[in-house]
Unconditional design. Sequence first.
Length: 549
Amino acid sequence: MLKNPAEKYSPFTPFALPDRRWPEQRITHAPRWLSTDLRDGNQALAEPMDSARKLQFWELLLACGFKEIEVAFPSASQTDFNFVRQLIEEQRIPNDVTIQVLTQAREDLIYRTFASLQGVRQATIHLYNATAPLFRRLVFGMEKAQVVELATRSTQLIRQLCEENPQTRWQYEYSPETFCFTEADFALEICEAVAGVWQPCAERPMIINLPATVEVSTPNVYADQIEYFCRHFSRRNDVCISVHPHNDRGTGVACAELAVMAGADRVEGCLFGNGERTGNVCLVTLAMNLYSQGISPQLDFSDMPRVVEVVEICNQLPVHPRHPWAGSLAYTAFSGSHQDAIKKGFDARKAGSHWEMPYLPVDPQDIGCSYEAVIRVNSQSGKSGSAWLIEQNHGLKLPRALQQDFSQHVQQETDKHGKEMTQNALWQLFRNRYGLIPSPPLSLQHYRSDSQQDGQLRLTATVMREGKTRELTGSGNGLLSAAANAITPWLGKPFVIKDYHEHTLGVRSDSRSVAYIRCLYQDGSSRWGVGIDNDVARASLQALLNAVG
Ligand SMILES: CC(=O)SCCNC(=O)CCNC(=O)[C@H](O)C(C)(C)COP(=O)(O)OP(=O)(O)OC[C@H]1O[C@@H](n2cnc3c(N)ncnc32)[C@H](O)[C@@H]1OP(=O)(O)O
Ligand SMILES: CC(C)C(=O)C(=O)O
């Protein structure tokens, strides 16, 4: 890279719009959406979609609720042409859906485009030509007037062909390609001229699409350009203003949102931001951004994992695990403080209440994701993450001090291997550590407890150790103190029971109980044991044996 990039690169010079109004605007409803996955997305793939993949994507877009879909560049390839024919001839286009096709401003291509649309109920013809100074000079070798003439001549032909095919409800879209680096007044001039030919009205709907073909500046500059256009375009009320942001600077989503604040009615983009170079704006992100603000996006991503799966198949490109709202890690916390906050959020959550969840702006269940992936454990995790997983998967509500104890063992494991701990590995560690295994070192076989006349309780318990059974007896003012008095002389290591907790596993009266016990030894060390049994007394006694065994 250059030490002084200014030797090679010039900054984009924005025009002045000091009385801009868009910063005060709020987005209150969804814009019209156009999916261009099958056109702009498709043209950017190493292997453009064949008809099977196109059809699969088409079905997905319908299922998501798209009403405007750019399906092809019919004059580009026989595959694209055939796909449009297939949709029409197999009557695959629902009544409320409009297909859109793109063409250059070239007569032969326009005729070919119309041929592909024969018999369609309704369609949008989309014409583009580049208008920016660099393109006029370098690509077309045209003066401004010639560029305007190219656009108006093609529009004239399109209007004529539409009128010759009155059985179709036609809509016309014109894109001054490279709008975002075209002089603002020239963009207006060419769109005025094109609209002058088309004469937009209710019977002849028109969309003016103002693309950020390549992002060249910050999103506020694009918003200024859109506001300026909307304020000065003489037929503003007769046309739909659409935007088509690309993502070269990584700000496609911001461009689209600010453009809508600046007056745009419609947004063109692709699912997960596929498209030329760094892609088109991601429509999933835009829709979910609205949803997270309580605004219906008028699109349905209730089964996001399926949407990701189909798009990956069709585009043959992976969706990034950290893609906003949809990536496989989009709702996952590995780090301790995040997990702690999320666990507290779920503990406090009341069914039906407004969503208030630390680190999770939407409920993953709304888009077909489970809570399973919300917390995953590695060496960056703390006590709450492991406790959450044990509770979610096995119903055990670990006491706080046990959470802390277990967390240290988890930390040792994860530090040892440097890897994530699977839910299964975590559960095995918990079971081994706290005695929830088929043959713990000390295993309760039978017990009997009797109340004595002096108010004391007498316990007789048969315990197995290393394959041999032993009968222990002891008295105390409760079951556990009797048990402690029975065990201490046998093990020869005095301890006191420091913590005791129990709860049922489930809501039925015949549910099993779980008991948690911590024993404190004279040297200050302590150990936890856990017991699960249909009988709460047995669960407690086994928990004690697990703590001392
Ligand atoms: C920003 C966008 O996404 S725009 C859409 C871009 N998508 C695509 O290009 C995908 C489909 N395209 C294609 O398959 C081909 O480019 C075709 C079939 C349309 C045309 O192919 P070709 O006739 O071989 O032309 P090719 O693409 O090589 O060259 C472009 C020519 O068209 C001209 N041209 C480019 N865009 C336009 C336009 N919108 N209107 C009129 N002419 C145009 C160029 O100036 C150039 O003319 P020249 O040959 O006189 O210099
Ligand atoms: C054809 C136009 C809308 C386009 O794709 C672009 O400018 O990116």
